[in-house]
Write a protein that binds this ligand. Structure first.
Ligand code: SAH
Length: 218
């Protein structure tokens, strides 16, 4: 059995990481507070214990990754999360990003297409602490029609295009944060759904994500 421990050393490294994220331009105090509260090393294999607070992505299983802290902070900030926001996340992966949003007080619905990663959510360490976090096995391109509409949608894999069904599941005034393929990287976009159903788009920095694939696996 793995021993989970959040030591003073971990807390110190985490605080330092928050300083680095601030220097890199993250200014949403609610995002920084949530990330400072969550032991990122719990979401990684214990072999990564010493380096979990470097600003890097790491492999999880099934060839997938836990996003870099800067990327998690950046997407969370762009989402402009308010307590009680109903948020759909595509790409549960390590559950770290979803936990950050849940810690911020949002109601989070997260979808994973890899069966093995989805199965892991059943042993999620913080299960009882976040009743506002719900897990689904499915294809993110389809979203969750039963639970729609959402205030916010966040995609944490490289999307070849903006999935139309996910725009359809946004409330009027809702926002989607999505990294969309451009040559060898992804451009972070924030799409706002207007009251008349049309959309407006803002473009931000470039990032690098694992691909958003279609269909379920497993
Ligand atoms: N949010 C995650 C990032 C994981 S990487 C974290 O904080 O760790 C992206 C994840 O998206 C992978 O686990 C991958 O399996 C998943 N994914 C890719 N395409 C998907 C799709 N169509 N539907 C649901 N999940 C998808």
């Amino acid at each position: 059995m793995r021993k989970y421990e959040d030591s003073y050393q971990h807390k110190g490294l985490r605080k330092k990481l928050m300083g680095l994220l601030r220097e890199k331009g993250i200014s949403d105090e609610n995002v920084l507070k949530a990330m400072n509260n969550i032991p990122r090393h719990f979401f990684l294999d214990s072999a990564f214990d010493k380096i979990a607070y470097e600003d890097r992505a790491f492999p999880i299983s099934e060839g997938q990754t836990i996003s870099q802290p800067y990327t998690v902070a950046y997407q969370s900030q762009l989402l402009q999360v308010k307590p009680n926001d109903k948020i759909l996340e595509i790409g549960t992966g390590s559950i770290y990003q979803a936990t950050v949003l849940a810690e911020m007080g949002a109601r989070v619905f997260t979808i994973e297409r890899q069966k093995k990663l989805f199965e892991k959510t059943k042993q999620f360490f913080f299960k009882n602490q976040y009743p506002n976090l719900k897990f689904f096995y499915g294809d993110g391109y389809e979203g969750l029609p039963t639970y729609a509409p959402f205030d916010k949608v966040i995609i944490t894999a490289a999307a070849p295009f903006v999935p139309p069904k996910l725009i359809g599941q946004l409330k009027p005034g809702g926002k989607m944060v999505i990294p969309v393929d451009e040559d060898h990287h992804q451009r972070m976009l924030r799409i706002t759904k207007n009251a008349d159903g049309s959309t407006s788009e803002e473009a931000f920095e470039n990032f690098s994500f694992v691909p958003m694939l279609s269909g379920r696996n497993g």
